[in-house]
Design a binder for this molecule. Structure first.
Ligand code: UT7
Length: 329
C-alpha cells in the first residue's frame, strides 16, 4: 500500500441503546450466575435495543456523530458500507436505509456480511475504493442488534451478546498517516460452528424453523474459542509483517470484544501491557460488527491515541472469518 494515496479515519461516532441488561438480570432468566459469566467471559452487562429500534436506527445515531466529528454532512459521502449480520430486513440493505436518512444522495450503499470481522472488512473495502480514486469519503459502520437473533432461554449464548453501533468516516489523510496494511481471511469450512441456519434460501422461514429455533444464533463456543485464539495471533503477526512493523511498534491494540480470555491470550502472545489494549467487553458484551468500532471510538473519545500512534485492530467471527489492520492514527 506504500505508494498509494494515504487513507485513514477522519471522523468517529458510536451509539449504544439505553437499556442495560446485567448479569443479575440474566440470572433471573436462565440457569447462570454473575461469577460464571465474569470469570469465563469478562462480561458484566450489555445494552439492548428498544422494541422500536432496528439496526439502522443504532447505525444512524453513530453515523451522525461520525459525520459531525469529520465536519461533514451526508451529502459529502460517496460511499456507505454497513457491516452487519442483523440488517433491518433481508433487503433493502441497511446501508440504503441510512443513505436516505442521512441525505447522502448519489452515494453508493451496500451491506457487508463478515460477522464480527465485518468492520475491518469494511475498512479495507472503503480504503481500496478511495485509494483507487473511485470515491473520496466513505462512511463505514459496524452495527448489530444481536438481541434480535439471540435465544434468551439458551444460557450458552444469551449471556454473550449485546447491541450497538460504531461508525467512522474514511478519507484522505496527511502523508505518513492512515492504513498501512490489512489482513483479511476466511475458513468457510468452519461455517457451521457459528451460524443462523434458518430464514435464508436453504431453509426458508416457516412455522417449523421458528419452532426449532433455527432463527437464533447457534455457536459451538469451545471450537470458536480455539479458532479465535489461533487467528488473533496469526492475523496480528501477518498484518504487522505486511506493514513492515513488529509488535513493539503497536501503541494501541483494539481487538474484537468477544471474551476477555481471548483478548488476554493475544496480549500474552504480543507481549502487550494492559495500557496498550482496549477492553470494553465488560460493558457491552459481544456486539459483533459493532465491537471493534465501539472499542476504537471509545478509545478515541478517552484520548487514548495521539496523531502518529500505531493502532492495530483485529477481529474474528462467523464465516469463519478474520480481519486485521494496521493504522497510523
Ligand atoms: O464473536 C463471535 C465469536 N464467539 C466467541 O468468541 C465465543 C468463543 N467462545 C467462548 O467465549 C467460550 O467458549 C464460552 C464463553 C462461550 C464458553 O466458555 P467455556 O470456558 O468454553 O465453557 P464451556 O463451553 O466449556 O462450558 C463449561 C460449562 C458447561 O457445563 P458442563 O458441560 O461442563 O457441565 C456449560 O454447560 O459451563 C456451562 N455453561 C454455563 N454455566 C453457567 C455454559 N454457559 C453457561 C452459563 N452459565 N451462561
Amino acid at each position: 500500500m506504500n505508494n498509494l494515496r494515504p487513507v485513514g479515519i477522519i471522523g468517529t461516532g458510536k451509539y449504544v441503546p439505553e437499556k442495560i441488561l446485567t448479569n443479575s438480570d440474566l440470572e433471573k432468566m436462565v440457569d447462570t450466575n454473575d461469577e460464571w459469566i465474569v470469570s469465563r467471559t469478562g462480561i458484566k452487562e450489555r445494552h439492548i435495543a428498544a422494541p422500536d429500534q432496528a439496526t439502522s436506527d443504532l447505525a444512524y445515531e453513530a453515523a451522525l456523530k461520525a459525520l459531525e466529528s469529520a465536519g461533514m454532512t451526508g451529502s459529502d459521502l460517496d460511499l456507505i458500507i454497513v457491516a452487519t449480520i442483523t440488517p433491518d430486513s433481508s433487503f433493502p440493505s441497511t446501508a440504503c436505509i441510512l443513505q436516505d436518512k442521512l441525505g447522502a444522495k448519489g452515494a453508493a450503499a451496500f451491506d457487508l456480511s463478515a460477522a464480527c470481522s465485518g468492520f475491518v472488512y469494511g475498512l479495507a473495502t472503503a480504503t481500496s475504493f478511495i485509494q483507487s480514486g473511485m470515491y473520496n469519503n466513505a462512511l463505514v459502520i459496524g452495527a448489530d442488534c444481536l438481541s434480535r437473533i439471540t435465544d434468551y432461554t439458551d444460557r450458552n449464548t444469551c449471556v454473550l451478546f449485546g447491541d450497538g453501533a460504531g461508525a467512522v468516516v474514511v478519507g484522505e489523510v496527511p502523508e505518513g498517516r492512515g492504513f498501512k496494511a490489512f489482513d483479511l481471511g476466511a475458513e468457510g469450512a468452519g461455517g457451521s460452528l457459528l451460524q443462523i441456519e434458518g430464514g435464508g434460501s436453504r431453509l426458508p422461514a416457516s412455522a417449523e424453523t421458528v419452532e426449532n429455533k433455527k432463527h437464533y444464533i447457534y455457536m459451538n463456543g469451545r471450537e470458536v474459542f480455539k479458532f479465535a485464539v489461533r487467528v488473533m495471533g496469526t492475523a496480528t503477526v501477518e498484518v504487522l509483517r505486511k506493514a513492515g512493523m513488529d509488535r513493539t511498534d503497536v501503541d494501541l491494540f483494539v481487538p474484537h470484544q468477544a471474551n476477555v480470555r481471548i483478548i488476554q491470550s493475544a496480549m500474552q502472545r504480543l507481549e502487550l501491557p494492559e495500557e496498550k489494549v482496549v477492553v470494553n467487553v465488560d460493558k457491552y458484551a459481544n456486539t459483533s460488527a459493532a465491537s471493534i468500532p465501539l472499542a476504537l471510538v471509545e478509545a478515541a473519545e478517552e484520548g487514548r491515541m495521539k496523531a502518529g500512534d500505531t493502532v492495530l485492530m483485529v477481529g474474528f467471527g462467523g464465516g469463519l472469518t478474520w480481519g486485521a489492520s494496521v493504522l497510523v492514527w
